[in-house]
Design a binder for this molecule. Structure first.
Ligand code: SF4
Ligand code: SF4
Length: 382
């Protein structure tokens, strides 16, 4: 067996469901596309996504001057268990990849024996796990790991898109694989299925319309017009993958089965109870999510999203939990709790908003309370 065969065999033993190799030549086409989308404002809201970063991410030799090859890998992540969503509890939704241990750690651990193999053979090896210094989907596509779907995800033949991508840039000269010849064909299910119209063209996403951006990346208040579109997603969104026929059972189930225990026990249910999340204090949030990708949203971001989801579910049984959130230390949470109460309406919601206005001194939260009171409608005096 060649070194490449050994590497691929070991990668599959470690749980990777697809492995491919490409050269370390720059990704000029992907670089041009990324620059164009950035110019068009489709990446707005990501301050770290600069032109310089795109140039560096498109050229592996910028960071590893001796690079000859890129080994691209796909690892299946846990799938959201099918849970009873009609049990009367107010539940949110979380993107499946974030349910277990932080994938950055999981993938780094899994790649470690491969890195040792390369370094043991005298080569330089540098790993990448979704941290923006590698155009990872371009690398995976050129290495034949899968094809770029119209939903912008990499689709692995026979597995689907519920995978996490990682790469090893190495000085080893490894025979490159060709790109996948598969494509989405005439399917447009993801474009039609996206609830916010964020897929503005095949393979092109407008960040400013994507639920994943607003619930994970965005700091600060969510614009009023976006809030109803988030539905009950509180961290990420899987809709454009759920509607994808390539992810259809049984392929996705097989992929999930190979994950083993890499991600540990889920830190949060796929459809968590929202009122419970809203009661988490800083310490409880840290204990529960410190080792999870959800940590990235921070407590104020996650609970902001929980308030929005409760507003969208429009069930007045959430009023006590939201009234409690009107007293949170974080103004971001107080302001969105006010909005949610306005969506629920009724005299109890109005009562809590009026009490909040009496004690609130933050101008933005006061504005939110006043807007919410308008949403509640006029006070009916009997
Ligand atoms: Fe649309 Fe959700 Fe996909 Fe974003 S993640 S493009 S909001 S379906
Ligand atoms: Fe491609 Fe259809 Fe899947 Fe979209 S839903 S990524 S068009 S196969």
């Amino acid at each position: 067996m060649s070194f490449k065969d050994d590497l691929e065999t070991r990668a599959r033993e470690l749980g990777f469901v697809a492995v491919g190799t490409t050269t370390a030549e720059p990704f000029r086409e992907a670089e041009a596309a990324a620059l164009e989308r950035t110019e068009q404002g489709l990446m707005d809201g990501l301050p770290w996504w600069t032109k310089e970063r795109i140039h560096a991410s498109a050229d592996p030799r910028r960071r590893t001057p001796t690079a000859q090859s890129i080994v691209a890998l796909a690892f299946p992540h846990p799938l959201a268990p099918v849970e009873d969503a009609s049990d009367g509890d107010l539940r949110g939704r979380i993107a499946a990849y974030a349910l277990g241990r932080d994938y950055h750690e999981v993938l780094s651990e899994r790649m470690s024996p491969l890195v040792e193999m390369l370094r043991g053979a005298g080569h330089v090896a540098r790993t990448y796990v979704d941290h923006g210094w590698m155009l990872d989907r371009a690398a995976s596509a050129r290495a034949g790991v899968g094809w770029l779907g119209k939903n912008t995800n990499l689709l692995v033949p026979g597995v689907g898109s519920y995978v996490l991508l990682s790469e090893i840039v190495t000085s080893a000269e490894i025979e490159p694989d060709g790109p996948s010849l598969k494509s989405c064909g005439s399917c447009t299910a993801c474009i039609r299925g996206c609830p916010t119209g964020a897929l503005v063209a095949p393979g092109v996403i407008d960040n400013g319309k994507c639920i994943s951006f607003w619930t994970i990346e965005h700091r600060g208040p969510v614009p009023l017009e976006m809030r109803p579109l988030l539905g009950n997603w509180i961290f990420g969104c899987d809709i454009c993958q759920e509607v994808c026929p390539v992810n259809a059972y049984p392929r996705r189930a097989e992929a999930g089965a190979k994950t083993g225990d890499a991600f540990g026990a889920p830190m949060v249910a796929g459809r968590p109870m929202l009122e419970q999340l809203l009661s988490l204090d800083e310490l409880q949030f840290r204990d529960r999510f410190r080792a999870s990708a959800i940590w990235r949203a921070r407590r104020d971001g996650l609970l902001r999203n929980v308030c929005i989801a409760l507003g969208n579910l429009a069930d007045r049984s959430a009023i006590p939990a939201l009234a409690g959130a009107l007293r949170d230390r974080e103004k971001l949470i107080r302001g969105h709790a006010a909005w949610a109460l306005g969506q629920l309406g009724g005299s109890a919601a109005r009562h809590h908003l009026e009490l909040a206005l009496r004690r609130e001194d933050d101008p933005w939260v006061r504005d939110e309370c006043e807007l919410a009171l308008e949403e509640c409608g006029p006070l009916v005096v009997r």
